[in-house]
Ligand binder design. Structure first.
Ligand SMILES: *[C@@H]1O[C@H](CO)[C@@H](O)[C@H](O)[C@H]1NC(C)=O
Ligand SMILES: *[C@@H]1O[C@H](CO)[C@@H](O)[C@H](O)[C@H]1NC(C)=O
Ligand SMILES: *[C@@H]1O[C@H](CO)[C@@H](O)[C@H](O)[C@H]1NC(C)=O
Length: 217
């Protein structure tokens, strides 16, 4: 065995150890200030090969459908007995028009109880996999934003998550000052594809390290 082969063998034995070593740790907070822990306990993303995509897919954006009552009938304008509408219009009863697969969904659960649940909709959509997710409208004004970036097209890839706590969730230090935090991390994203290339993606539990703080006045 050459020295290179031995070295390669050693390196291939420890991929997880090396990626762990590269993962940043949380900062040390200013004295007397609490530090949050952001532990993702569940990550589940469904992206079907025929999920409606009103953001990136020109054909979907232009597609018309036959809305008959609360459901979709065959998209044939001549026989449509309901309304002939753009399937991406605001306020449709559902975003699985005739001929499409189930819509995309994203769920991110945290150990502290925060849940981010996105269901693909045609309007005011959170563009799943391209940024901000929906962590509950009740929370919206408080400035907390959990963003996810990733692709469901590979079996194994690197996802990325950013966490901004927001001023509305500021924590109180011993001296009474208010502090807020943000952080981010890469994580391993695993996707399984069925015969239709529908993707079901998940991740092992991981932590988003806190990387910076900001005083809230
Ligand atoms: C419209 O036509 C479809 C079949 O083409 C039928 O299933 C549906 O019940 C009809 N709806 C109404 C409101 O007549
Ligand atoms: C997978 O995709 C096909 C084709 O779009 C669709 O008919 C089917 O419902 C999907 N299966 C699941 C489990 O989402
Ligand atoms: C979602 O799935 C579609 C169809 O397979 C694919 O083209 C698209 O890139 C996927 N979206 C992301 C963010 O990976």
């Amino acid at each position: 065995m050459t020295a290179l082969a031995i070295l390669t063998g050693i390196l291939s034995l420890s991929p997880s150890a090396s990626s762990l070593a590269l993962r940043p740790r949380s900062i040390t907070p200013p004295t007397g200030c609490p530090l949050p822990t952001w532990q993702v306990t569940n990550f589940a993303w469904y992206n079907g090969s025929h999920s409606l995509d009103c953001v990136h897919n020109e054909a979907d954006i232009n597609a018309k459908g036959c809305l008959c009552g609360n459901t979709w009938c065959e998209p044939n304008q001549a026989t449509c007995n309901g309304s002939w509408v753009n399937v991406c219009y605001t306020g449709m009863p559902n975003y699985q028009p005739w001929g499409y697969g189930p819509p995309q969904t994203l769920e991110i659960d945290f150990a502290d109880g925060l849940t981010c649940a996105d269901q693909y909709i045609g309007y005011r959509v959170h563009d799943i996999g391209h940024g901000e997710s929906n962590c509950g409208y009740a929370d919206r004004g408080l400035g907390r934003i959990v963003s996810f970036y990733g692709s469901s097209n590979e079996d194994v890839s690197t996802g990325h998550m950013d966490y901004v706590l927001g001023n509305g969730h500021a924590l109180t230090c011993d001296d009474g000052r208010q502090i807020t935090y943000s952080g981010s991390t890469d994580f391993q994203l695993t996707c399984q594809h069925d015969a239709f290339f529908n993707a079901t993606c998940s991740a092992e539990p991981f932590e988003i390290p806190v990387l910076s703080y900001e005083w809230v006045s």
